[in-house]
Design a protein around this ligand. Sequence first.
Ligand SMILES: [Zn+2]
Length: 222
Amino acid sequence: MARHCRSPGCTAEATQYGAYCTSHKSTLRRHGDADQRGITKADLKAPLRAIRGRIERNSGNPVWGQSEGRWREVVGHARAVLARQGAGSAYARQAASETVKLAEAVEAREIMATAFAVYLMADQQPRRFLSDTAFRVQLVRRLRGLTEANAGTWFDHKTGRTKRVYRELPPQAAGVMGEWIAKAFGAVGLFLARMDREQREAAALKADADRVKMAEALEALQ
Ligand SMILES: [Zn+2]
């Protein structure tokens, strides 16, 4: 008897040995969860603006340089994995190679701001990330998206346009790379996200208090 795909609401048949249909299986591989929608560059626009503002307002604070330093440590580790033949699993080597590619193509500051923006978005819209794995995979995707190196191009004769094809990283390699990125930026990313939330909540409380005062003032009018 045919089994249905495990994704809620999906009526397609599951693949012979898997829990999901081919479409959900491919989403699982690509996005870290069978129902995870990819976080786009556009999704990240507002959080990234908030992070850039925070960095600018605190440009003299050493935490940015320290975070970049942590990233450089991760890159150093990745280079060491690549330099030693046979070091690390095939996935770790793939993660290392992608990490070095990213570091060579994009400024540490840009990588840092983007990573922090993903943490901020996860705090603001937790339902957009279906699991920890999905979060890490999206983090990796957004950072890899900063480089052109992982986008192959091909010419579409029908539309007469050059199209870009994002080169997928196997989920296990993305998992390793996500762990490294989280090691570099996770603690500060979570701190900044919490700080942003607390400041927004305080501003909302103040706006409420102002409204109450105004209501009282209106009631006192004769
Ligand atoms: Zn399905």
